[in-house]
Design a binder for this molecule. Structure first.
Ligand code: TYD
Ligand code: MG
Length: 458
């Protein structure tokens, strides 16, 4: 009896499999996400493994016998990009760069590819989205010049691997992984099976031939990578490109890095000549700060190893509609609700009939509790219509009892505030130690939100 080719339906959101088509994925609950996928079976010779090609058979080694490897990093020629990568690209690593369309992924990678072609040798840039001419058009703006950069407009994985074998590049860029398809699968490019196969094959290529590989990944509407979990597990490093298209600045964040710290941040500015690293982000984020405006506060946040001063703005106004609105941009809305509740209960503010809008200026996103004090200060400043002095910065976590709690890396934050010319800094009491003191900046220790409000607005 001949065996029917097994067809499975795979959820494109979570990768769950089902024998028949379903309107809703029983695992993750996504609607209309199941797609038919049918692998083309290739008979394997006895004893071989599909993925074992190219590598010599491996045997287990004793821990003590393994030499410690110091990863020599390859620099991309772009400081901020090197910084998020943890100091440059590790040879043989597979890196995924995700982000919304039009944010600048292709621009950044083309710049890095051109720089690296000049320093470490030929680079292969494969694009499934643009023709060679389109890429060249962009390259002219980025001054690629005569760097040994090979362009390949190709979406077939097997063809890409052939070209890699022919050119033997020092770096490969695949823009984007969702356009690549393998002849081994019949499902459409971008389906979870194809994406997983392409990423896995490229991973083996990168490891076996020690060629660092950068992949571009598209994000879905809710902001996660398409074919998400499958991809993030395969690669060594996951970077996300953030920012608003209406702003010139862009932030690249590491969310997973097998070779470095996560939550490291690179800041760029989109210019007519490509992405330009921003060496002093605090200066950029504070550049448009209004003078003498109530509802504006400056807080010190730390991203990875880097302190950044940002402005938080709040607007509290009487609600004219049935229910009051709470809008948070750049901070977690849940956190905002919590802080408002603390303000009502512990500082006696009555905000029930008010709309509250909070925004981190410049489109930054902050998710550390050290921002609490700044957010509260901006809200109170707006409610009381009183200005916080422009030379005051602050940081601290707010607890449910209205206490200001200590946070990590306080000396980094104070130093940055001093460097940016701030003369007064509100600091949680437990964070004040003599080493922090500086004659150029007065440190005001605060224990409760009441004390903080008095210190700011009196
Ligand atoms: P792109 O890298 O194509 O985005 P992605 O690959 O993430 O989809 O960048 C797109 C935007 O960047 C586009 O709107 C034009 C702008 N841009 C500049 O402002 N300056 C430049 O030098 C380049 C190359 C692009
Ligand atoms: Mg692109």
């Amino acid at each position: 009896m001949s065996k029917r080719a097994a067809t499975v339906f795979v959820c494109q959101e979570c990768g769950a499999q089902s024998a028949k088509w379903l309107g809703r994925c029983p695992d993750c609950g996504a609607w209309n996400s199941l797609v038919e996928e049918r692998p083309v079976e290739t008979p394997l010779a006895a004893g071989t493994h599909r993925y074992a090609s190219g590598s010599q058979a491996s045997t287990a080694q004793l821990y003590a016998d393994i030499a410690l490897e110091h990863h020599a990093r390859l620099t991309t020629g772009i400081d901020e990009f090197d910084r998020v990568l943890g100091g440059g690209i590790v040879p043989g690593s597979l890196i995924l760069l995700g982000g919304e369309p039009g944010i600048g992924k292709s621009t950044l990678l083309l710049q890095a590819a051109a720089n690296m072609a000049r320093t470490i040798g030929p680079v292969l840039y494969c694009s499934g989205e643009e023709s060679e001419h389109q890429i060249k058009g962009r390259g002219e703006r980025l001054a690629v010049g005569d760097a040994p950069l090979y362009l390949l407009a190709e979406t077939c994985l097997e063809r890409i691997l052939e070209e890699i074998a022919r050119i033997r590049p020092s770096l490969v860029v695949v823009d984007s992984i969702q356009t690549v398809f393998s002849l081994k699968f019949q499902s459409a490019p971008g389906s979870i099976g194809q994406v997983r196969e392409a990423a896995t094959q490229l991973l083996f290529m990168a490891k076996n031939q020690n060629i660092p590989t950068l992949l571009v990944g598209h994000v879905t509407k809710d902001g996660s990578l398409a074919g998400p979990k499958a991809l993030e597990h395969v690669v060594d490093t996951v970077l996300y490109f953030e920012g608003e298209r209406h702003h010139a600045h862009r932030v690249v964040r590491a969310v997973k890095n097998r070779f470095g710290a996560v939550s490291e941040l690179g800041v760029f500015e989109m210019t007519g000549g490509g992405l330009r690293p921003v060496a002093n982000p605090s200066k950029m984020f504070l550049a448009e700060r209004p003078v003498n405006a109530p509802g504006s506060a400056v807080l010190c946040t730390v991203e990875g190893s880097r302190p950044i001063l940002v402005e938080v703005q709040a607007l509290v106004s009487t609600s004219n509609y049935g229910s009051a609105r709470r809008t948070a941009n750049g901070i977690d809305p849940q956190r905002l609700s919590l802080l408002l509740a603390v303000l009502e209960k512990r500082a006696g503010l009555n905000l029930v009939g008010d709309d509250v809008f909070v925004n981190i200026a410049g489109g930054m996103t902050i998710d550390e509790p050290a921002a609490d004090l700044g957010i509260i200060a901006a809200i109170v400043s707006s409610v009381r219509n009183r200005v916080i002095p422009a030379t005051t910065a602050m940081f601290g976590e707010v607890g449910l009892a209205g206490e200001i709690r200590a946070i990590a890396k306080s000396s980094l934050r104070v130093r940055e505030a001093v460097q940016m010319g701030f003369t007064r800094c509100l600091v949680p009491e437990a964070n004040v130690d003599p080493a922090l003191r500086s004659e150029r900046c007065e440190l005001v220790q605060v224990r409760t939100i009441g004390e903080a409000i008095d210190a700011l607005l009196s």
